[in-house]
Ligand binder design. Structure first.
Ligand SMILES: CC(=O)[C@@H](O)[C@H](O)COP(=O)(O)O
Ligand SMILES: NCC(=O)COP(=O)(O)O
Length: 239
């Protein structure tokens, strides 16, 4: 079954809006685990607008499921943070500084040598590496040449098209997933996945190992509660 990693950035956004420690991100992560999530994802950004660097240390000390840290390895602070915490997985995302959210994958061909160095650096510390890519077979092949363990397919385009033309929405992802299988890469996916589009995606993408979901899931929890929300997302991942 595809694993669900809950991205808790938005819990930190809410906490930071007031100062103080409500809601507590570690308590929220532990609740996600208790309710069945198989992993916790955070995406600390350089301005610490949601997850703070200290949160990563605090989470690492408490959580027991797979810990996935996403971010831009062009920031030395990010590399140091990951190496100090040794999560299960680091996901390399090519964000620029003032980006509202992630909006593109790596060009794994142009940046092949750079990514190769980064992948080795993290793998040498026992950390599984995933590279965030658009659903483009050439980018998947390029990722394989870096030595990465996995890729994460950037699903914003799928989510935007889903509900209009589902077949068109999913086709590039099926092709990219098949290519990942062919070149021996593990497959993750994420961004804008939600209760409407997740089941269709999971049922059609071969070899999907993990999805990381934050924005929609935390928003759903406002209405449904965290326990019921996680239960519904897990149900979408059953085949
Ligand atoms: C890589 C990815 O798609 C997610 O991590 C997303 O970027 C979440 O980040 P924000 O919560 O800052 O939007
Ligand atoms: N890697 C994607 C992620 O962690 C969550 O993205 P979103 O669900 O907040 O869009």
């Amino acid at each position: 079954m595809t694993k669900l990693s809950v991205n808790i950035n938005k819990i930190a956004t809410l906490r930071n809006s007031r100062g103080g420690n409500i809601p507590n991100v570690v308590a929220a992560a532990l609740a996600c685990e208790r309710f069945g999530a198989q992993g916790i994802t955070v995406h600390p950004r350089p301005d610490e607008r949601h997850i703070r660097y200290q949160d990563v240390y605090d989470l690492k000390a408490e959580i027991t499921t797979e810990f996935n840290i996403e971010g831009n390895c062009q920031e030395q602070k990010f590399i140091d943070l990951v190496l100090a915490n040794k999560p299960t997985q680091v996901t390399l995302v090519p964000d620029v500084l003032d980006q509202i959210t992630s909006n593109h994958g790596w060009d794994t061909i142009k940046n092949r040598d750079y990514l190769k160095d980064m992948v080795k650096r993290f793998q040498d510390s026992g950390i599984r590496v995933s590279i965030f890519v658009d659903p483009d077979e050439a980018m998947v092949e390029g990722a394989a040449e870096t030595g990465t363990d996995r890729i994460e397919l950037y699903t914003e385009a799928y989510a935007a098209e889903f509900g209009y033309d589902d077949q068109t929405a999913i086709t590039p992802y099926i092709k990219a997933a098949r290519k990942a299988q062919e070149v021996g890469l593990g497959l993750n996916a994420g961004h804008d996945l939600d209760l409407h589009n997740l089941k269709y995606f999971n049922e059609r993408i071969p070899g999907l190992l993990e999805v990381s979901i934050g924005h929609a899931l935390i928003a759903d929890a406002l209405y449904l509660g965290l326990e019921e929300t996680i239960k519904r997302y897990l149900a979408c991942l059953k085949v």
